[in-house]
Design a protein around this ligand. Structure first.
Ligand code: 8DG
Ligand code: MN
Ligand code: MN
Length: 371
C-alpha cells in the first residue's frame, strides 16, 4: 500500500538572500573542499569557476542535514557537473583527487601563505611567487622588496592576528570602542557588525559601525577615536580612509562593492585583564596582551541601514542580495543606497527590514546570513 503523499519541500533558492543559513554547517566535508578549489581558481583569476564553487558551497551550507548521496542533491540549484563529480568522490572515498592535488600544489600553498599576511593580496602574492620567493624568510631577506606600512605590521604581528578572535575578546574591544565613542558624544552610536553579528564564535577581526545622529558629524568621529586609542597606547597600526561619500552625486553614483564612508583598518593591543576568561593566546605565550584586527566604518545616519546590511555579510550573502536586486527587481543595491531603475528613484530605509521589504524579500536575521 502507498503511504501518505510526501510533504512538499520548499525549493531551495539560487539566491543566498532567500535562504536561511546559520553557523551550523552540516556539509563541511564538501564545503571545505569547494573552498579550496574556489580559492585556487581565484589565484588563477578564473572568476567563473571560482564563483561556481562558492555558490555551490553556499547552497550546501544552507541545508538542514548532511547530503548522504548524490541523488539527494536532485533539484538543488548551483550544483554543476564539476561540483557533483567532486562530491561523488568525497562520498565514495572521503576525499577528492583534485582537492588533494591542489592542497599539495606549491603555487597554491605559497599564494595561500603570502595572502595570509595582512596587507598582501593575490596580486602581490603572485608577483612574489613569480620572482621565485617561497617563504616569509625569502621575502624578508630580499633587499629589492619594499614592504608598505600595512605589510610591515602584517609581518610584525603575524602570529597574533592569524589567531582567531574570540567572542569574549570581541566584547572587550566593543567596550573600548564604546567608551571612546561616548567620551566624544553622549548620543554616539556603536554597533557590532561582520561575522560576530552573524553569531560566529570566532572571527579574523572585529567589525564595528560608529556614527552619530547629527548628519555630517560622523566624519570627525573616527579621527577622534584614533587619537584617543593612540593616547591610550593601544594603537599598533592604523590605515584611515577619509569619507569620499558625496550625496550630491548619488543619482549618477556608480554602484560598487567598496563603499565611500570614512573607515579605518586597525591593529589594537588588547590586554588580557580586559577579557573575561582571558586571552585566546598561543600555548606557551606568557604575554598578557595580544594584537587584534579591528575595522571601524562611519556612515551618515541616513545611510545606517544600508551600511549595517552591507557590513554584516557574509560576502556571499551580500553578493546574492545585489544580484537578486538587479536580476529579479531591476534595482541597484550597495552599502549606501537602493535605487529602483524602473521608477528612477531611491528607496529610503531606516532599518534592514525596510530594505528587505523594498526588495520583496522575507526578512533574514543576521544569524541566518552565514551563506
Ligand atoms: P571574519 O572577519 O570573521 O573572517 O568574517 P567577516 O566579518 O564576515 O568578514 P570581514 O572580512 O570582516 O567582512 C565583513 C563585511 O564587511 C563583509 O560582508 C564585507 C564588508 N565590507 C564592505 N566594505 C569593505 C571594505 O572596504 N573592506 C573590508 N575588509 N570589508 C568590507 O562592505
Ligand atoms: Mn570580520
Ligand atoms: Mn573586517
Amino acid at each position: 500500500t502507498e503511504g501518505p503523499p510526501p510533504t512538499p519541500v520548499a525549493a531551495v533558492s539560487q539566491y543566498a538572500c532567500q535562504r536561511r543559513t546559520t553557523i551550523e554547517n552540516n556539509n563541511k566535508i564538501f564545503t571545505d573542499a569547494f573552498e579550496v578549489l574556489a580559492e585556487s581558481y581565484e589565484f588563477s583569476e578564473l572568476e567563473g569557476p571560482c564563483l561556481a564553487f562558492r555558490r555551490a558551497a553556499s547552497v550546501l551550507k544552507s541545508l538542514p542535514m548532511a547530503v548522504p548521496c548524490l541523488a539527494a542533491t536532485q533539484g538543488l540549484p548551483c550544483l554543476g557537473e564539476h561540483t557533483k563529480a567532486v562530491m561523488e568522490e568525497i562520498l565514495r572515498y572521503g576525499r577528492a583527487f583534485e582537492v588533494e592535488k591542489t592542497l599539495s600544489d606549491e603555487r597554491y600553498q605559497t599564494l595561500k601563505l603570502f595572502t595570509s599576511v595582512f596587507g598582501v593580496g593575490p596580486k602581490t602574492a603572485e608577483k612574489w611567487y613569480r620572482r621565485g620567493l617561497r617563504s616569509f624568510s625569502d621575502i624578508l631577506a630580499e633587499p629589492s622588496i619594499q614592504l608598505n606600512q600595512m605589510q610591515q605590521s602584517g609581518f610584525l604581528h603575524y602570529e597574533d592576528i592569524s589567531r582567531a578572535v574570540s567572542k569574549a575578546e570581541a566584547r572587550a574591544l566593543g567596550n573600548i570602542i564604546d567608551e571612546a565613542v561616548h567620551a566624544i558624544t553622549p548620543d554616539g552610536i556603536l554597533a557590532l557588525t561582520g561575522g560576530f553579528r552573524r553569531g560566529k564564535e570566532f572571527g579574523h577581526d572585529v567589525d564595528f559601525i560608529v556614527t552619530t545622529p547629527e548628519l555630517g558629524m560622523e566624519t570627525s568621529l573616527i579621527p577622534i577615536i584614533i587619537n584617543r586609542l593612540t593616547r591610550q597606547g593601544i594603537l599598533l597600526y592604523c590605515d584611515y580612509q577619509a569619507s569620499t561619500f558625496d550625496k550630491s552625486k548619488l543619482p549618477c553614483h556608480r554602484f560598487e562593492a567598496m563603499d565611500h564612508f570614512a573607515k579605518c583598518f586597525l591593529i589594537l593591543r588588547l590586554e588580557g585583564s580586559q577579557v573575561e576568561g582571558g586571552l585566546n593566546s598561543a600555548e606557551g605565550d606568557s604575554r598578557d596582551w595580544r594584537a587584534v584586527r579591528v575595522d571601524l566604518v562611519s556612515p551618515p545616519m541616513d545611510r545606517y541601514a544600508f551600511a549595517l546590511l552591507g557590513w554584516t555579510g557574509s560576502r556571499q550573502f551580500e553578493r546574492d542580495l545585489r544580484r537578486f536586486a538587479r536580476m529579479e527587481r531591476g534595482m541597484l543595491l550597495d552599502n549606501h543606497a537602493l535605487y529602483d531603475k524602473t521608477k528612477k528613484e531611491f528607496l529610503a530605509a531606516t532599518t534592514e527590514r525596510d530594505i528587505f521589504a523594498h526588495l520583496g524579500l522575507e526578512y533574514i536575521e543576521p544569524w541566518q546570513r552565514n551563506a
